[in-house]
Design a protein around this ligand. Structure first.
Ligand code: SF4
Ligand code: SF4
Length: 394
């Protein structure tokens, strides 16, 4: 002994047992059975060579290291194909564990927090339904039209277009505006998880521009070996929804300029019907893959079902209210009200539901691209070989 005092780096481990329990409950996985063999990372076609996932995430999960998982962009590079779960020798199901982390992530960053809890918990479903029912009723009441109108079906007599478009646009902007505070925190946290080479870092907008190709082509889905058909169903739902949004924006414009309702032969009406067909086809494929059982059914969580059912109800009720207007169906206004509640669930609740993946995944992928952690991205593959950042050890 020389008398020198040896200094060791103290690793700041903060196990969060509650978080670990939540992960196990949501994923159904027994985290302590993971033997950290790394097979999951080896078989994952989307994982970078440097600091691959999901093995390290399984280590963090096993230790309940919440701060290493929430705000971890790698969690969002996973597309839940299930290849890792299929090959896991201990049947731990890392794909579901990573999915549970994603769920807890957008619950964590939800602003206001109660919205995240209300929308993502089955026990809170009645409250999540009651909120839009009360607010929509109150708006129609304020418009002075809270009764079933006489005569041919005319939805604007029940909910005047100005009130409908004004209130829903305002509420959507409010929801997204407040939710963006959480997204800014998410960006800050994922930035802190990485020590990227400053010389490598690319700008946000440049990275976002590159990432858009991944999102528009769904190319990362093609790299999964299991469940390849998920790409088609996701593709149909994604583009069906985008088309529906565009048609809705045009419908608002048509209402403002007095051109509403649209004739059946109007190109936007045709596009609207096409988007309904795409949504129904995509959702039908998703439902079928679950109903036939197997891994997809086992892997489905409440947020998965909630999104599928909400989109399905939205699309079907949209088709019914359109038919009800032409057929002068007496129940049309009740169905219209139901449709508005579905619109609320899908559009206004978007940042708090599984649909929020669109935003969180885009942000995480943009970050990954900006720091060069873009293996598996169809563009700039060569950049990956240049310089790669490392995860911080804290
Ligand atoms: S989750 Fe499974 S495959 Fe991955 S490290 Fe643990 S035991 Fe191995
Ligand atoms: S689910 Fe698929 S993408 Fe996600 S970690 Fe496992 S193998 Fe990789």
């Amino acid at each position: 002994m020389t008398g020198k005092i040896m200094k060791f780096k103290v690793i700041d481990l903060k196990p969060d047992i509650e978080f670990k329990r939540d992960l196990e409950k949501l994923s159904g996985a027994s985290l302590s059975t993971c033997m950290q063999c790394g097979t999951c990372s080896v078989v994952c076609n989307l994982s970078p060579e440097e600091k691959p996932f999901p093995r390290k995430e399984m280590v963090y999960a096993g230790w309940g290291m919440k701060e290493k998982l929430i705000g971890n962009p790698d969690v969002w590079l996973c597309h839940q194909c299930g290849d890792c779960s299929t090959h896991c020798p201990r049947g731990v199901d890392p794909a579901d564990v990573i999915a549970a982390v994603r769920l807890l992530t957008y619950r964590q960053y939800a602003v206001p927090r109660f919205m995240g809890k209300m929308v993502s918990r089955p026990s809170m479903l009645p409250v999540a339904i009651l909120l839009p029912v009360i607010i929509i009723t109150a708006i129609i009441f304020m418009a002075g039209t809270l009764e079933i109108p006489d005569g041919p079906v005319n939805y604007s007599k029940f909910f005047p277009h100005a009130w409908l478009n004004g209130s829903f646009t305002l509420l959507t902007l409010l929801s997204y505006g407040i939710a963006s505070i959480g997204l800014a925190r998410f960006w800050k946290d994922i930035s802190m998880q990485y020590h990227a080479d400053p010389g490598f870092k690319k700008g946000f907008f440049r990275s976002l521009w590159k990432v858009k190709n991944e999102i528009l082509t769904h190319s990362r889905f093609s790299k999964c070996e299991q469940n390849r058909s998920r790409k088609i169903s996701h593709f149909l739902v994604f583009y069906g929804f985008i088309l529906l949004l565009l048609v809705t924006i045009y419908a608002i414009y048509a209402a403002v300029t007095g051109r509403y309702p649209l004739a059946l032969t109007n190109p936007f009406k045709i596009l609207g019907n096409l988007s309904s067909f795409m949504l129904l086809a995509g959702l039908g494929m998703m439902l079928f893959s679950r109903i036939k059982g197997g891994e997809e059914l086992k892997r489905s969580t409440y947020p998965d079902w909630q999104l599928i059912v909400a989109l399905l109800f939205l699309t079907i009720s949209g088709v019914i209210i359109e038919a009800a207007r032409f057929l002068d169906w007496s129940m049309a206004y009740y169905m219209y009200f139901f449709h508005l509640v579905c619109v609320w669930f899908v559009i206004i609740y978007l940042p708090y539901t599984k649909f929020g993946h669109i935003i969180y995944r885009t942000v995480a992928m943009t970050f990954a691209f900006s720091v060069g952690r873009n293996q598996g991205f169809s563009e700039d593959q060569e950049q990956h070989a240049v310089q790669k950042p490392i995860l911080s050890s804290h």
